[in-house]
Design a protein around this ligand. Structure first.
Ligand code: IPD
Ligand code: CA
Length: 275
């Protein structure tokens, strides 16, 4: 039988996720306001950057979770996996959109998800610069600053902006092919450097959907919970080793799914885990 949080367990963790996201966002914002003093480190290539802000914000989030739910596990972008005993896994990106953050751009956020048995039951995304706080929990709907939100109700892929992620883990030619096919179909891409934030924008109807050939679970699980609770669909991101190794991601408003599948077929990409 599939495991799930009880309503009380979910409510307690949602309350903590919301509280910690605010605290983490405030800490990150403090660093953002004194950006010129931060040393930028390069993880792999020139685009994969990190700073003390990412590390310290993750330390804070981990400490709060350990205080409140010491048996829960945590998977975070900077410090990896610490397994728990409860079957509950917090999936945390202290700053998603590190590149915009370190370049002085406003599109970054804190992303916190709580997953149980292969499902993100809670998703909280906080963008401190715009004071936008997105939150969702299984069966409870999705909210932006406490007002209910929903995905774009009637839009097909060519009627809206498609959030699109690219990174240096995937071949540049694949990116080119997908963007070309999208434009040829009459669509348009949108990229702001934060996958988590773009997924939140899908949940509130600003973007019609989101696609990225490979993304990590800490970048997207909170956003996937938001999209589902806002009436949208998403692929089986956690299939296989998605939680630890990442996967392809696709999701959005119900009416854009057919158009996305048609695009993928056109560029010769698999539609497995999507169709
Ligand atoms: C990245 C961003 C980006 C996405 C990448 C992620 P980071 O995360 O979400 O939009 O395209 O796949 O790695 O490095 O800003 O935490
Ligand atoms: Ca990230």
């Amino acid at each position: 039988m599939k495991l799930s949080l009880s309503p009380e367990q979910r409510a307690a963790r949602l309350a903590l996720a919301r509280e910690v996201a605010r605290e983490a966002g405030a800490l990150a914002l403090g660093y953002f306001e004194r950006l010129s003093t931060l040393a930028v480190e390069f993880k792999q290539g020139g685009q994969d950057v990190v700073s003390i802000a990412d590390r310290e914000v993750e330390v804070l989030i981990r400490a709060r979770i350990a205080e409140a739910f010491p048996e829960d596990g945590v998977l975070g972008e900077e410090d990896g996996l610490v397994e728990g005993k409860s079957g509950v896994l917090w999936v945390v990106d202290p700053i998603d959109g590190t590149s915009p953050f370190l370049n002085g751009l406003s599109h970054w956020c804190v992303s916190i998800a709580v997953a149980v048995d292969g499902e993100a039951e809670i998703g909280v995304i906080y963008a401190p610069v715009s004071s936008e706080f997105f939150s969702a929990a299984k069966g409870m709907g999705a909210f932006l600053n406490d007002a209910p939100i929903s995905v774009a109700p009637t839009r097909a892929i060519e009627d809206g902006l498609l959030g699109f992620g690219s990174n240096h883990r995937i071949p540049p030619a694949d990116v080119g092919r997908f963007v070309t096919a999208l434009l040829e179909a009459g669509g348009m891409f949108y990229r702001n450097g934060s996958g988590a934030l773009m997924l939140a924008y899908v949940a509130c109807g600003r973007l019609v959907g989101y696609y990225e050939q490979h993304i990590n679970s800490w970048d997207c699980l909170a956003g996937l919970c938001l999209i589902k609770e806002a009436g949208g669909w998403h692929n089986d991101f956690l299939a296989g080793e998605g939680m630890l190794k990442g996967n392809r991601i696709a999701g959005g408003a119900p009416q854009m799914k057919a158009g996305l599948i048609a695009l993928l077929e056109r560029v010769g990409a698999s539609t497995e885990t999507i169709a």
